[in-house]
Each structure stands twice: as C-alpha cells, then as structure tokens.
Design a protein around this ligand. Structure first.
Ligand SMILES: [Zn+2]
Length: 336
C-alpha cells in the first residue's frame, strides 16, 4: 500500500527526457505558462509575511486535519516576463518539471541583498523558513518548495569539484554539474541523504524517545542516518541498538518521505523488539520509554505528551500503530 507523504512531489513530472533538450528548455524559460519558484538563502516565498510566527499551529496540528482558512498559505511564483531580466547568464534557473500546462523552475536569488525588495516580489509576501510554514501550505506547494529548495542547496554546495577543486558548471537544466577542468570533467549529480526512521514495538507497546534539545513533552520514533556500506535493515538494527540498547527481530518497510531539512530522505520501517530492556547508550536520546496506546491517549489528553508534526512520517508511523489497536490481541489469540 502506498502512502504519499507531505513534501513528496508525486504531482510533478520531472521531465527526464526534455531536460536534455536545450531548445525545449529555452522555450520553457520564456513560456507564458512557466512559473519560477524564488528561493533566497534557503528561504521560500509565501503570500503572508507574518507566517513564520505560526509555530504553535505547526506543532499542535492533528494528522490530516484541514488547515483552517485563516492559516492557509500559498507559494508565490514569478512569471517568465518577470524573470527574463534576472536570467543574465550568471544566474540560471534550475528545471523542476511539469504539472498540467505549467513548467516549473527554481530560481536562486541569494546574490540579492534583499530579494523581498525585488520589484516583482515587493509587497507580495515574505521569504520564510519552509520548516516553520510547511504544514500551512497545500501538498502541491509544499512538495514543490521542498524540491526547489533541495535542488538549489545542492547547486550552492557543489560550485566546486569535489575531485579536483575546479569550478563546476550546470548541465541538463540543473540535474548535472560537471567539472570545467578538461583533464577532470567529473560529473556530479544531485544528492539526498538516506535516513531510517522506525517504530519499534514489543507486544502492545511502542518505543518512543526524546532528544535533550526537544521540548520536555515531545517524544518520537527513533531515526538515524544510513552509513556507507550498510543496508537499510542493518541501519535500523544498529540505530535501535545504539540509541535504546534494544535488539530487533523482524524489520518491515512502511513508506518514505523527503524531509528537506536540509536534504534527508526518511525511509520508514516498523520493527519488533526481541526484549524490552531499554539501555540508553549514546548521547543522542535523553529518554526512551515503552508506551501503550492508552499511555499515548492519556499523555496527549493531559498535555504531558506531544508527538511529531502531523505531516511527518514519524507521526504517520505512530498513528498507524495507534489505529491498529486490538490487532495484537487477535494475533496472540490465533497463536494460542
Ligand atoms: Zn574536477
């Protein structure tokens, strides 16, 4: 079963064939139906200036609850006639893809001292951090802005060749950077960092932990980056052992979510613990505990437990487990 998470971009056709066609790219750059996603120092442009203050809403949002109209935000785009003067050879747009009749590009304006003052953006909103406003956007805008920001961040960090240190230049509308030194010519491709995220259960309880830097009531599932030479299943076993001292048996894939803070791909699993003896080894977790569904209900009710944002895969894993209430009893009865 599929679960399409927020910050995904299933609705964008990434134009993998067309991106190699320079004539097509140049037509799209000037096209009437083309829209540009402006990004300035990693911030995205939305239509409400005070949006970033909405942190309380972001944190308290219930899964899949519709965003109330007064909190809703829209991404603001630039049209091709507004960006032509900006595309001067130094500044180049990065293709994102197509949706319906629209073609979308990402445009980095970080070289401007204050891009909010650019005449086509002035008075239309503000540049804000995506993490703060994500849940107030609709899924299309959320996925598109995450994608734009991720691509531009990669370009910004790969201006120099990691092999020889020479400059790199953009190819294929932004999906390759190639080293300009003829003797090197190394090609570099956009990257994302794989991280596992896992809901560990033991009978009718789930393992949730909290990091010291988090708000005191916030608990979440365990997560960590995949290391070189490691399979995803191995990373799940290592992280759970490392963070909570628990060995896990069966590991099952659930779904994945791009998490653009800054460039992770969260790969979600469920896993069964072989024992319930928690031992916190590393510095990462301050506390880890077993929660029954009733503990979670009661904690939320009393305001003593807060879960991850409603749009996160962490919350999805926890909510899927909460909804499966009673299923362990049935399978235990079957075994007996
Ligand atoms: Zn090089």
């Amino acid at each position: 079963m599929f679960h399409h998470h927020f910050y995904g971009s299933e609705h964008i056709d990434r134009a993998v064939v067309q991106r190699r066609d320079e004539t097509w790219i140049n037509e799209q750059l000037r096209g009437e139906d083309t829209l540009f996603v402006p990004v300035w120092h990693g911030k995205v442009f939305v239509d409400r200036a005070e949006a970033e203050g909405d942190t309380q809403y972001r944190l308290s949002g219930r899964p899949d609850a519709p965003v109330p109209p007064d909190r809703r935000l829209k991404a603001v785009f630039l049209r091709s006639d507004e960006t032509t003067p900006l595309l001067d050879g130094h500044r180049r747009a990065v293709l994102l893809g197509c949706s319906g009749k629209r073609t979308y590009f990402a445009l980095d304006l970080s070289d401007m001292e204050d891009a909010t003052k650019y005449r086509s953006l002035a008075g239309r909103g503000d540049f804000v951090g995506l993490r703060g406003v994500g849940p107030m956007l609709d899924r299309f805008d959320g996925g598109l802005l995450a994608y734009a920001r991720g691509m531009l961040r990669w370009h910004q960090q790969n201006a120099y060749c990691g092999v020889c240190g020479s400059h790199t230049a953009m190819l294929e509308a932004g999906f390759i950077r190639r080293c300009i030194a003829a003797e090197c010519s190394q090609q570099h491709f956009p990257r994302t960092d794989p991280a596992i995220i896992v809901l560990v259960t033991h009978e009718n309880r789930a393992l949730l932990g909290r990091q010291a830097k988090w708000d005191a009531t916030w608990y979440s599932v365990l997560a960590g980056f995949v290391e070189p030479g490691e399979s995803l299943e191995q990373a799940v076993r290592r992280e759970v052992k490392e963070e909570a001292g628990i060995s896990v048996g069966e590991v099952r894939y659930d779904s994945s979510q791009p998490w653009p803070f800054p460039s992770s791909l969260m790969i979600g699993f469920t896993a069964q613990a072989l024992d319930d003896n928690i031992r916190i080894h590393d510095q990462e977790l301050e506390d880890a505990r077993w929660f029954t569904r009733e503990d979670v209900d009661a904690g939320i009710e009393a305001g003593e437990l807060r879960l991850s944002p409603s749009i996160s895969i962490s919350r999805h894993l926890i909510e899927s487990w909460r909804m499966a209430r009673g299923k362990e009893t049935i399978s235990m009865k079957k075994k007996a």
